[in-house]
Design a protein around this ligand. Structure first.
Ligand code: TYD
Length: 235
């Protein structure tokens, strides 16, 4: 069975580079594998990126991330159904962790309603539950230093916010079997090597490398395809 593997962590953990390195390694070894990300590279992902530049309600922003995911998930499930392992740089846990921190001051809850639970419930009807989630952990202070070296900071990249987001990630990973946490304080090479080891151990026995199948239009989801998603999240 093809596996759906997500990479999560606060900004500055090196997540995107690590996800790319794992993808390259699996491709080099002849696995059928796709690399994707959220916000997606589809038109709804474009809208999400457009929204960063606008004054937007944090609820509209949250719902845009979810709309992008609902569409992107169809693509992910179509790839899985065709036997590709899918590596996804951010997925549902990003919404629960980030919007769970950003919406906190605005959330008008019903009595006893919890923000993180509401965000999970909002996503549950259309997501595919990841088989494995690699959560990269690095102190927010170090992440901010790394981001500073990269150039201008986004609105999400503030110490107080990153700390709250990290706390949400830790809450999510607690007691969930699909999460593996990875210390991302080391050099990029070290962390990439560890991530590659974890992913290979996870999928290694399941799917031996196959002859590389070139990507064709047939791999893209067709509008009239039935929903191939088959793994809801119980959490
Ligand atoms: P982007 O610059 O497109 O990607 P990255 O910085 O990860 O390379 O912006 C992603 C930002 O959006 C990042 O700060 C996390 C945030 N985000 C959310 O707040 N909620 C979500 O559901 C997702 C997918 C991302």
């Amino acid at each position: 069975m093809a596996k759906f593997i997500t990479f999560e962590g606060i900004d500055g953990t090196g997540k995107s580079s690590i996800c790319e390195a794992v993808h390259k390694e699996l491709l080099d070894k002849g696995y059928k594998v796709k690399h994707t990300m959220e916000p997606s590279d589809g038109w709804l992902g474009g809208l999400v990126r457009e929204s960063y530049k606008r004054a937007i309600s944090p609820f509209s922003e949250a719902l845009l991330f979810c709309a992008d995911r609902a569409e992107h998930t169809r693509e992910v499930c179509a790839w899985l159904a065709k036997g590709y392992h899918v590596l996804c740089d951010r997925y549902v846990d990003s919404t629960v962790a980030y919007q769970g921190a950003i919406l906190r001051p605005y959330f008008k809850a019903k009595k006893g309603q919890d923000l993180l639970t509401w965000l999970k419930d909002l996503n549950r009807p259309y997501i595919q539950c990841p088989d494995l989630t690699i959560l990269l952990l690095c102190p927010p202070e170090i992440c901010l230093e790394r981001i500073g070296e990269r150039g201008a900071k986004s609105k999400f990249e503030r110490l107080d916010l990153l700390k709250a987001i990290e706390a949400n990630y830790l809450e999510l990973s607690k007691g969930s079997a699909r999460f593996v946490t990875l210390d991302a304080r080391g050099s990029l090479e070290e962390v990439c090597a560890k991530a590659i080891k974890i992913v290979k151990a996870f999928i290694g026995k399941e799917l031996k490398p196959k002859a590389v199948v070139p990507t064709s239009e047939e791999d893209e989801p067709q509008d009239d395809e039935e929903d191939p998603c088959d793994k809801p999240c119980e959490e």
